[in-house]
Design a protein around this ligand. Structure first.
Ligand code: GLU
Length: 279
């Protein structure tokens, strides 16, 4: 059974780009006679707000979407994620990282790849780690690519693939976990981070097809690595094009793009918007 999901983070109001993404996933499920889930990815305690969650449900219903219930809200399941962290930690695949983002950026200097390269400094020396632990310094857990590689063996590490059916490169693609750095799986402030929560939930909820924007294409490499380490099934991936505004730039929350709420208040009908977006 085809099962996909739309997994927004309640950090702001939904805009046209979200509508396009949700409609793409929902339509794929309908076309396949499959199921469509809505998942609220609210593990970021600083940016997520309950009123945005309520608004997401309203906006999607207005758009004409329906989804299976109950809706999974990630913040209700922090124990699930903690158990996975504990498993990976017990297998020696994680290390503590006490550094701030600024310290890491300073340590890697002007490395060009920005956020994806954030893990360069690696584990702390043992004595430094002991000292920081002793003073109660908060830390994140990072996934060590080196230890993951040892755990999987060369054949396992080099043999990871994923099936991509989206708009860019398609087919059976090799996983390149090296590019992503030693990603954080448990944030200092939340006890879990996006890649871990999303792969856990995709596995738990039996997601067979991940339909999402091209902005998350690179994330797939990290997520396939986590799935492989945990023995979770590999969904088929389909990364859709990103919707751009009249200025040619993609819609993003930070640009204060026109929200669905504003469009609706301005008299735009859901059917008109759907037609405009090609649905
Ligand atoms: N929660 C993520 C976001 O808001 C999407 C997760 C996913 O589709 O894998 O961008």
């Amino acid at each position: 059974m085809f099962l996909t999901r739309f997994a927004p983070s309640p950090t702001g109001r939904l805009h046209r780009g979200h509508a396009f993404s949700a409609l793409t996933a929902w339509s794929a499920a309908k076309a396949e006679g499959g199921r469509f889930l809505l998942r609220i990815e609210d593990i970021d305690p600083t940016r997520c707000r309950p009123e945005f969650e309520t608004a997401i449900l309203e906006d999607l219903a207005w758009l004409g979407l329906d989804w299976d219930t109950p809706v999974r809200r990630q913040s209700d399941h922090l124990d699930d994620y903690a158990a996975v962290i504990e498993t990976l930690r017990g297998r020696g695949l994680l290390y503590r990282c006490f550094r701030t983002r600024k310290e890491i950026l300073d340590a890697i200097g002007d490395a060009p790849h920005g956020a994806m390269e954030l893990a360069r400094p690696g584990p702390h020396p043992t004595d430094e780690e002991a000292r920081l632990l002793a003073v109660g310094q908060p830390f994140a857990w990072r996934l060590s690519r080196g230890r993951a590689r040892e755990a999987l063996g060369e054949a396992g590490w080099n043999g990871m693939t994923f099936v991509e059916e989206g708009v860019g490169q398609t087919g059976v693609l090799p996983v390149r976990p090296r590019a992503a750095g030693d990603v954080v799986l448990a944030r200092k402030d939340a006890g879990v981070a996006y890649h871990l929560a999303v792969t856990h939930d995709d596995a738990l909820q039996g997601v067979t097809h991940v339909v999402r924007g091209q902005d998350l294409f690179e994330a797939t490499h990290v997520q396939r690595l986590i799935q492989t380490l945990m023995g979770w099934p590999a969904p088929v991936y389909s990364h859709h094009r990103l919707l751009t505004g009249p200025d040619g730039r993609r819609y993003a929350k930070r640009d204060r793009s026109v929200t669905l709420a504003e469009l609706r208040a301005g008299g735009l009908g859901a059917a008109t918007l759907r037609a405009e977006l090609g649905f």
